[in-house]
Ligand binder design. Structure first.
Ligand code: SAM
Ligand code: SF4
Ligand code: SF4
Length: 371
């Protein structure tokens, strides 16, 4: 077995202060970054804690009882999150995804959802509000989430075999509870539901076909995600990545597939439909096929730092503006200035770069900025 090096530097301490530009930047909904990419999708991490310890995300050896999770006082309050979100929406955001850590661990998350559901896009439309969860608390919370204004959920599930699943979440959590959570979400009308499966070669790739068979014809869209080199603690190795093309080939051999058109520009998943018309699957090729050209996603960390890329090494700290004297217009201008300077395209550059060479620092953890 190869040796694993786990860096102990706390990346969250490194950030750039967000500043208010001397000339205000009006929120027109038409903001573009340095590569002309609009701002459409905001992912908000509401907690850096989780009740699972998936080895590809929060390995037990690092995220143990001594790990310095953020204190409650460092977290943005629901009112602060909503205020920041409102400025993003004024710049063109149409979709908000709540994530984490495990977002359902944040107390009274329904209250935040209610506040966000009251926002309107530049065109006057309600936002598409969704949430990514490990499903462990979904059975209990689905009805309240729907009532608060959540539209849909994405549930992460890495296999149906109980032994495999318990090993991957590394807290011995049973698969049956997640399946009951998915059923509860479906019954509550939180659809169309997506199920995300991270595929790690040699760990759960034998679960690809059982998962495809299980969700085929249920209206649930199963999406296979390439295991990514996010963060700095998961000991990522290229040989554990199963390219999406191989996933599609394996499924197609038993359950014939046809390629479908993308749902929307900037959509991360490539869509494939079952040839017999019983639904579709998606593949997210974050490693083998870069999709930075259309990347319209911003990420807000639990403590109010804005990240422009999943692989960023530094965030832009909005909290001093949010907690200080800045007006909404000033906050919106500061966000606009940051987005206008964005030229991140890590996945496109990955192949030609040595590890960590993109910006010379260590990447933040996915559990901190959300998926
Ligand atoms: N705890 C929630 C969950 O698991 O759905 C939300 C946060 S989690 C960080 C968001 C998504 O990121 C999950 O679908 C998870 O499987 C995915 N993820 C985490 N680490 C990953 C990695 N190294 N490669 C690919 N996907 C990853
Ligand atoms: Fe927790 Fe989600 Fe990360 Fe798994 S992927 S450790 S459930 S935050
Ligand atoms: Fe977007 Fe960064 Fe991922 Fe490229 S690598 S798709 S810029 S988050």
């Amino acid at each position: 077995m190869s040796e694993r090096v786990i860096p102990l530097v706390d990346q969250r301490l490194q950030s750039l202060a967000a500043t208010v530009p001397s000339t205000p930047i009006a929120a027109t909904g038409l903001l573009g970054d340095a590569l002309g990419r609009p701002l459409r999708d905001l992912r908000i991490s509401v907690t850096d804690r989780c009740n699972f310890r998936c080895s590809y995300c929060m390995p037990k050896e690092v995220f143990d009882k001594d790990y310095p999770y953020l204190p409650h006082s460092a977290l943005l309050s629901f009112e602060e999150i909503t205020r920041v979100a409102r400025q993003f929406v004024a710049h063109g955001v149409q979709k908000i995804r709540l994530t984490g850590g495990e977002p359902l661990l944040r107390k009274h998350i329904e209250i935040l959802i209610e506040q966000l559901a009251a926002l309107r896009t530049v065109e006057g439309q309600p936002l598409d509000i969704t949430l990514t969860t490990n499903g462990s608390l979904l059975e209990r919370k689905a009805v309240a989430l729907k009532a608060a204004g959540l539209r849909r959920v994405t549930v992460s599930l890495d296999g149906l075999d109980d032994t495999v699943f318990r090993a991957m979440n590394d807290v011995d959590f049973p698969v049956a509870d997640v399946l009951r959570g998915i059923a509860a979400a479906q019954a509550a009308g939180l659809g169309p539901i997506k199920v995300n499966m991270v595929v790690k070669r040699g760990t759960n790739d034998h679960e690809i076909l059982p998962m495809a068979r299980h969700f085929k014809g249920t209206g649930i869209v199963l999406r296979f995600i390439e295991y990514m080199d996010v963060g700095a603690t998961n000991g990522w190795r290229m040989d554990e990545v199963m390219p999406s093309a191989e996933v599609v080939k394996r499924i197609h051999a038993e359950l014939p597939l046809v390629q479908l058109d993308p749902a929307a520009p900037g959509e991360t998943a490539e869509r494939w439909g079952y040839a017999d018309g019983t639904g579709e699957i998606g593949v997210i090729s974050s490693v083998t096929q870069a999709f930075c050209r259309d990347c319209n996603r911003a990420r807000l960390s639990t403590e109010g730092k804005l990240y422009l890329c999943l692989f960023a090494t530094q965030g832009h700290d909005l909290k001093p503006l949010v907690r200080g004297q800045a007006s909404d217009e000033q906050l919106a201008s500061a966000i606009a200035q940051i987005w206008q300077g964005r030229d991140d395209r890590y996945s496109e550059l990955r192949a030609s770069l040595p590890p960590d060479a993109s910006t010379g620092g260590r990447r933040v953890e996915m559990s901190y900025i959300g998926g």
